[in-house]
Design a protein around this ligand. Sequence first.
Ligand code: ARG
Ligand code: ZN
Length: 844
Amino acid sequence: QPIYLADYTPPAYLIDGVELDFQLHPTATRVISRIRFTPNAAATSKDFFLHGEGLTLIRASVDGRDITPELVDGGLKADVPDAPFLWEAEVEISPEANTALEGLYMSNGMYCTQCEAEGFRRITYYPDRPDVMAPFKVRIDGDELVMLSNGNPVASGDGWAEWDDPWPKPAYLFALVAGNLVARDDSFTTMSGKEVDLKLWVRPGDEGKTAFGMQALKDSMKWDEEVYGREYDLDIFQIVAVSDFNMGAMENKGLNIFNTSAVLASPETSTDANFERIEAIIAHEYFHNWTGNRITCRDWFQLSLKEGLTVFRDQQFSGDMRSEAVCRINDVSALRGRQFREDNGPLAHQVQPDSFVEINNFYTATIYEKGAELIRMMKVLVGDDAYDKALELYFERHDGEAATIEDWVKVFEDSTGRDLTQFRRWYKQAGTPRVAVSEDWTDGTYTLTFKQSTPPTPGQDEKLPQHIPLAVGLLGPNGDEVQPTQILEMTEAEQSFTFEGLAAKPVPSILRHFSAPVILERDSTAQERAFLLAHDTDPFNKWEAGRTLAKDVLVALITEEDAPLDDYLNAIAVMLRDDSLDPAFRALTLGLPSQDDLAQTLFDAGVTPDPMKIYRAQQTLWQAMAEHLQDLLPRLMAEMEVTEPFQPNAEQAGKRALGLGLMNLLNRLDGGAAAQTLYDRADNMTLRLGALGYLLQAQKGDTALSAFRRQFEDDELVMDKWFSMQVYHAAPEDAVDVTDKLTKDTAFNWKNPNRFRAVFGALMTNPAGFHNASGDGYKLFADWLIKLDPVNPQIAARMSSAFETWRRYDVDRQAMMKAQIERVLATEGLSRDSQEMLGRILNG
Ligand code: ARG
Ligand code: ZN
């Protein structure tokens, strides 16, 4: 059943052009396709096969002669001429019955599509593989007010519309939207002076939430011209917001489709974090126009070619729009929280996998975020100018092609003359490398010795040394930088680097800016960590020093050893008082490592993590911080007040973040009093939601919760927050009951992915609740996976990764989780998606 990269063969037929006619109907949409095929000279086979799933074939013809194709598993076969020919077919599909949200489906009465990765085969018979690219012409007939597809508008009239996309594209980039929609209109003049119409389509009533998204789009278009020299290539660019969507958004050519949560924003309904995420996703999808659409992937094993690169580009963009240091810290935290977790468990896989069962299961943190880290490392290794040159060559050489990761690496080799043979291992070797550091100071020579090793991952026992760029700087005893950042290239399993001419033994700052996705193992004293938190010139490592110190304290509290509590509290107090530091940075440094992060850390150190002890250690440390900092809190909180009208920019967001971070501490001293005041006067969602969370934590949230619901009950996205907050802030012993109760709420529309995630995603961010010793959390979650799987297998499979850490825990919890995984696996008719995921989780 798995598909192997090694089995790739070129398509037997290529396509010169496609015409599609849609006659829309909720339960009986007709799709007529006319496809001009040509035998592929490079092919090894002449077999004519078209993918198709869940289609009712009405008729088919070749060059005008009706034929009866052979219907086979997953598609059809037919006898066709060994020369160019015209294929025509008519199929019927039911968008309304499509709950999997893949192919053509309905969301709130509106037609929309999701074709990546293999959804187009649910729309019509087609070679649904990314290396078959073609220009599309689309006609839509229907009663809908607005009817959209890719490319440029050709003509439209009462009940019909025609679209023409001249750029050859694979079927996964096809899109169609039809319904009662209204647009925010704008325009953008490209660097060569071409005027592009911009439209952001939403349901009537949501117009007030479109301004920010439109600005983000224009900023992205400008940025891609300035930084990558990439210009937009159609007369129009459109975004549509859809309520029911499996992912964040989709880069369909000229017609991006977005989850409402990834595009709609207003100060009253969105938090600063929402604004930031929306800006990044709009940029991401727009940047795909060049890295993904103009240059696409040969096959799905190359997925990271477009996703890793596009994530890297959106990270660069966010860094330019906001604070680079703060963005980097957030990106690394997300990487560690999701990708390291994946890479260190049963779901670990290569950035370029060798095989998969269901491609939808590979839209992972490894393909996306680790993939982006690999590109970041290449840029560090070759340098900024060489990176720009390599990208020029990439666009020049591969524009219009379906390319491979190998093509990408080759471009870097050809344009820089560097040999990246060893670097390629990063794409083929799963698992997070550990880099252990030791130091030596003898006769004025300072030596750093690194040892790298990568633990075994499923199917990969032996690992070879990686090519690791280590950004290192040295600080003198007074805190001045005696050696600015230098890139040490590690290629051996063990390697030493020496520094001469130092007056005194320095303090090393290693892996600055997180120059490689590795786990750095360095035993160091609390004093040294505090020293780096105070003096490091690299903002990432300055934050990292605080984080490691906090981790040392928490781990010691959990294992009941001596905790360097005073060192931590004093260092944090100094850091908080430092007005020269960006409030956003201070807010991040005030945060503690997550419960999941601590569980993994303990597990790696040979200690079985107890979720309750981890939870209590966090609470203990926050209480200690609150008491230690109590004199500072009122003054600092007052300084963080924003008096100007709300702006979702980095500066204001940073102040709000620090203000709320401090309120987390104050809340432990005043039992919710300040949170209540803030809740009552908050005029934006960031502060309102922050205050609500603290009220819930102080067990004083009931009144605010009902008021919140009354105020926002018609706003789906805000109601998602109402659901999440209650689960996230529930006490560990209540979390499962709260979750269960919420699933019985009339507003728990579980078929909507955002609502399902709001509840169960939140349960996973409350590990002490999910993992409570009764095992009720596991059982409740498994019940819901079984219920969701037949309706939306993609979401069920994705969410099942909540069980991926089951082997970390004690034997009782392991047994309980294993039993639930097996119960789901034993469900009759379980989807291929969930079977693959749970099978890997169980056996990996
Ligand atoms: N290409 C989209 C993005 O990164 C994600 C689409 C994923 N779709 C899926 N069915 N797995 O922006
Ligand atoms: Zn993407």
